[in-house]
Write a protein that binds this ligand. Structure first.
Ligand code: HAM
Length: 415
């Protein structure tokens, strides 16, 4: 038997109604806030992510599905969508008329991580990005949209954590200070963090290894290094969050796993997810558009992890499959039911048949199993009398409809 690739899940028919409900609600909320949908390709040139996310991040170093295509070009299945959306924004000059653009995208991402609860190799995100506004009001608005979306989906038991990651002016001196501190504690760090201490010391904050956590608890914090502008920006973001009545906590150790962030970074952390507790995350990326070859235009956005979100939401009641079951008895009745079934499906009345021509009892059992609310019974007797019996399965009552104008009569009953 051929099985699915590890970490790549099927989404089965009993789950798809919940997926659709989440997608539809996301579209409604985001479009309500002026976002327009963009759809970007699954595959991009590897260089886009290496430059966008950062060469020395875990994603780029270890987690990308990268291969050479038949033309010898290095391509990668997107591990995230922000880089792709920025690429499209630049490539199609979406900034030409007005740099402000609000874009959203829903789709699968691919990361070669170790699969566990809430962590897959193919997972889905709802992304929302706002370009062209540097004002801290938009930071609070974007977080407000995210919280509103999660609330309207019925999510409970989460908190919004925020931090400022500074800018290219204030981060380098902090990075040096942190590197010096980590070098003093090299012996206590895991092999990955020893490497990180040299190449990308901020990444050590993300390490879950206990020894590293202890070192991090005593480490210097970016907070103390923020420049005047970054500090003021962060202060205003907090004020505007309060204006929107959005509760938050400052987490000075949150650094995010992607290198493009500047200033505001945030995560929505939920109970009940275990180790993979971030259900959504995002932040500001004021230098990304320019670093990928576009003009100097700021951006900010978030992504919701759909699998993690669905682990936290109550199950969606699965919808009854059909509205009508035609229980046909005998070959002639079956042939009529076959035609009627096709016509009714076309008219929007989802109809089920028993193609094997079982007994009335077995057909009724089948209708019951699928919770079909109405059953039309057609046998030789009914054809002779020019009648079809229509049974209301919930009220347990039945009536007769004319055989000659059955389609019209049933539409009158069920539509
Ligand atoms: P991220 O933190 O890498 O950010 O991912 C965002 C969310 O995607 C996570 O909080 C999590 O819910 C979900 N996620 C990530 N990896 C996995 C996985 N292996 N399995 C299941 N779910 C996962 C980004 O991707 C940024 N592009 C977010 C952003 C948008 N920043 C600005 N705009």
């Amino acid at each position: 038997m051929i099985k699915a690739v590890r970490g790549f899940n099927d989404i089965l028919p009993e789950e798809t109604p919940r997926w659709r409900q989440v997608e539809e609600e996301a579209r409604k909320v985001l479009e309500g806030f002026g976002f327009r949908e963009i759809r970007v390709p699954v595959l991009e040139r590897t260089e886009l992510f290496a430059r966008g996310i950062g060469q020395s991040t875990d994603i780029v170093e270890k987690e990308m599905y990268t291969f050479s295509d038949k033309g010898g070009e290095s391509v990668t299945l997107r591990p995230e969508a922000t880089s792709s959306i920025v690429r499209a924004y630049i490539e199609h000059k979406l900034y030409a008329w007005d740099p402000e653009a609000r874009l959203y995208f829903i789709g699968p991402m691919f990361r070669y991580e170790r699969p566990q609860k809430g962590r897959l190799r193919q997972f889905h995100q709802i992304n929302a990005e706002v370009f062209g506004i540097a004002h801290p009001m938009v930071d609070a608005e974007v977080m407000g949209v995210l919280i509103h979306l999660l609330r309207s989906l019925g999510l409970q038991g989460y908190r919004l954590e925020i931090n400022s990651l500074g800018c290219p002016r204030c981060r380098p001196p902090f990075r040096e200070r942190l590197r010096t501190y980590l070098e003093e504690h090299l012996g206590e760090l895991c092999p990955d963090c020893r490497r990180r201490a040299e190449r990308n010391p901020l990444r050590v904050f993300d390490c879950k290894v206990e020894g590293c956590q202890e070192v991090i608890l005593q480490a210097p914090l970016l907070e103390g290094f923020l420049c005047e502008e970054c500090r003021a920006h962060f202060g205003e973001v907090k004020n505007y969050l309060e204006d929107l009545s959005i509760p938050y906590e400052v987490n000075p150790r949150m650094v995010r796993g992607l290198d493009y962030y500047t200033r505001t970074a945030f995560e929505v952390v939920a109970e009940g997810l275990g180790a993979q507790n971030a259900v959504a995350a995002g932040g500001r990326y004021d230098d990304l558009v320019a670093s990928l070859g576009g003009p100097s235009i700021p951006g900010i956005g978030f992504a919701v992890g759909m699998e993690r979100l669905l682990l936290l939401l109550p199950p969606h009641p699965s919808l009854p499959r059909a509205k009508l079951f035609i229980a046909a008895l005998g070959p002639e009745a079956q042939r009529i039911a076959f035609r009627w079934g096709f016509d009714l499906n076309r008219e929007g009345i989802t109809t089920m048949l028993d193609y094997c021509g079982g007994s009335l009892k077995s057909q009724m059992r089948r209708a019951d199993k699928f919770s079909v609310p109405y059953v039309a019974i057609l046998g030789e007797e009914e054809i002779k009398r020019g009648k079809v019996i229509l049974r209301d399965m919930r009220k347990k009552v039945q009536k007769e409809l004319p055989f000659s104008s059955f389609i019209e009569a049933i539409k009158g009953e069920l539509l």
